[in-house]
Design a protein around this ligand. Structure first.
Ligand code: COA
Length: 165
């Protein structure tokens, strides 16, 4: 059987999101989560105080839509990852890792001490990424994620993870 493995992305170009990116970010979000965010919801989040949205494109293709994005919110010495997602066809190419590294560097510059996030305990890919970056489990929210309406997914707990930066 022939399998195709995508190459790791050699030359990422990371920048703050611009309003023209919103439709693509909404599309990536909808393909990544059971309740996707509309363009309107995303636009409002991008405009709210203390939020940083980073998008990743490939160097040399910066006129193309982003391949992944990360949204975080900062309040004093603490910050929270609100969401991170990579478009399905470009997963496992190192895009989320590049975005997390860039966000952490920016937050360090802003003297943020602790970065938090919530992740579904069943999301092993994301948990693998966060642990490899040094996040540890700081808490748990029981039954935080509702069961899917089609009954395919049970309710699950959220892990609260923390990184001291
Ligand atoms: C989680 C997600 C953002 C990872 O994005 P990605 O760009 O594919 O991730 P990367 O290629 O940067 O991989 C980073 C690390 O994540 C882990 N990982 C990612 N995909 C994995 C997979 N299929 N199997 C196992 N580990 C995986 C690995 O630790 C990997 O590190 P390595 O490849 O250097 O060993 C992506 O799967 C996604 O968008 N999922 C849907 C949305 C989501 O769940 N977001 C997180 C909410 S908390």
């Amino acid at each position: 059987m022939i399998q195709f493995f995508q190459n790791k992305l050699a030359s990422p170009y990371i920048s703050p999101a611009i309003s023209e990116d919103v439709p693509q970010l909404s599309s990536i979000h909808s393909q990544s989560f059971s309740r996707g965010w509309s363009k309107n919801e995303l636009g409002k989040l991008l405009d709210s105080n203390g939020t940083m949205c980073l998008v990743l494109r490939e160097e040399g293709k910066i006129d193309q839509p982003p391949m992944g994005f990360l949204l975080c919110r900062q309040a004093g010495e603490e910050a929270e990852i609100i969401t991170i997602a990579t478009e399905p066809k470009n997963r496992s190419r190192g895009i989320a890792r590049h975005l997390m590294d860039a966000a952490i560097r920016n937050l360090q510059t802003d003297r943020v001490q602790s970065l938090f996030l919530e992740v579904d305990e069943t999301n092993t890919n994301a948990i693998g990424l966060y642990r490899s970056l040094g996040f540890f489990q700081a808490g748990e929210r029981k039954g935080y994620y509702a069961p899917s309406t089609d009954g395919e997914k049970q309710a699950s707990n959220a892990l609260v993870m923390q990184l001291d930066i």
